[in-house]
Design a protein around this ligand. Sequence first.
Ligand code: SF4
Length: 635
Amino acid sequence: MHMNGKSKSLVSPILNSRYGGSILKGWNGRILRINLSKTKTRVQPFEAAKALAFLGGRGLAAKILWEETNPGMDALSPDCPLIFAAGPLTGLGFPSSGKLVVAAKSPLTGGYGDGNLGSLAAVHLRKAGFDAVVISGSAKKPSYVLVINDVVEVTDAEDLWGTGTFEAERKLRERHGRNVGILSIGPAGENLVSYSTVISQEGRSGGRPGMGAVMGSKKIKAIVVKGDREIPVADEKEVKRLRAESYGEILKKPNYAFWRRQGTMSTIEWSQQNSVLPSFNFKEGVFDRAEEIGGATMEKQKASQRGCPDCNMICGNVIYDADKSESELDYENVAMLGSNIGLSNLKQVAVLNRIADEYGLDTISLGNVIGFAMEASERGLMKEKLEWGDFKAAKSIVKDIAYRRRLGKLLSKGTKLAAERLGHDSLKWAMNIKGLEVSAYECHSMPGMALAFGTSPIGAHHKDAWVISWEASFGREGYVPEKVDKVIEFQRIRGGMFESLGVCRFPWIELGFELDWYPKFLKASTGVSLGLDDLFKAGDRIYSLIRAFWVREFGSNWSRRMDVPPARWFEEPLMMGRYKGAKLDLQKYNSLLDLYYKKRGWDSRGVPSKATMKNLGLRYVASELQTYIELGPSA
Ligand code: SF4
């Protein structure tokens, strides 16, 4: 089938519609499978039992990855699947529900990798009649996948290969119309940079641990989706009523107006006040020019706002950068490309952020590798001269990373590998956990947040258990059981439930939108009554499954040390600010980790016990896992 007269179809457009009906309302009950090497597509049923146990999004992706990868597989080999999975609430118009998860074995960490992004592609995927797309194999030449309801093509993309994500998306919209969802990679993904991401709508980025590289290894430049079907729901009237009521509820929240003005940007000021703003490669938690990159400064420059579909909290703040282009800012990218590299000009930070999105690079890892390189230069460990805050040098490093040349070649594999090559004591200040760089929260005096980073299922990411704000008010320096409980509670809510239902965490965490809404949304759309406890149990199941994936990958090399943050936080005290002298205590951190394992039903190595897996319905996972590592009978 030729869509524009120039493209060549490589895959049969006709899908098997044998499984066309829904298994349960709310879910489509269909997973689209595309094998690029065999040029075949098929529809696989997403059975009710699996949907109820794993929900969708992250849960579904983790299940597929467990079943369809073998340990030791090269993450960039054709056999490794790339998964785009929406949740059962995606596309139904509930607040902040235009999300999908992109997941694969990570080329950065060698473990489980995923990330969520808000995109019209998520909504269209569900309206095309699918809950997920799983891509395996590899195309012979640069291509893009086009899904229009049941018609699937893999089409020539040689004219798009090498373009930035913004340009690729613009061209694809010209070709396929404005009302399509597009996910694309930039040169970083094409060149297999280990922390390249998938980008949508000029600024929505997902898949920090190299999901862009996995897409690039399959020679897929973009996925274009258009769906115009109704997603079958159990109670249409109730869905409509809940939609209207819940959006209204969000509008009434006291912090709503301020959120609309600043989104996450006010966190710069908060982090500075609380000495947790990463500065100079996480050496310090305060930055003397923080004000210049803060929310108030951004507000004065703000030109417009962008957001994900189906959201009335849209939080992407757009300013004109130093190159007079639009750049969409949030806390993470400003902190990592600002204070963490000693740069205080917001318009210049915005340039780095925009070009990272165009190249398809994760801004958190990027800010880390640049900070790492600046520190290495300061210590005289590399021949390149890189001063803190040197915008020109940073800009050219970003490009070099995307094209893996000069110093960018070393930095394109992340801080762990760069430190292993650089030697000396650089592993101590290579700010990653399990190979994934730390997000923008300095933890010298925050053991609870350090534990959240240590036990994140993808490496050091804040998304699952952002406990730092709670910890600051609860009492930051104690190593107490409440912190373990809070990390697990947040992981259940954010990392398990939200990531798998296909919704954003911000209505709940930022505005106090009540959790009780979500079981109601699910009941109205699926007809299934799952309480919060059931959803949390699904979260626990997903966490243990992801942990099993990591352990299976690393086998006898697996160790609890992989859950321990970098040595800098334990060995080098802060030199500035209110918390001058603070550092983490390794022994006490380990006692928190022991308690965390115990509460999760994992053994002292951080491996789920047989009993735990049995309780979670993961007996088959335990049977397989014990062929790689000895399992304890109970935690
Ligand atoms: S709150 Fe922000 S990140 Fe969340 S769905 Fe809305 S626009 Fe997207």
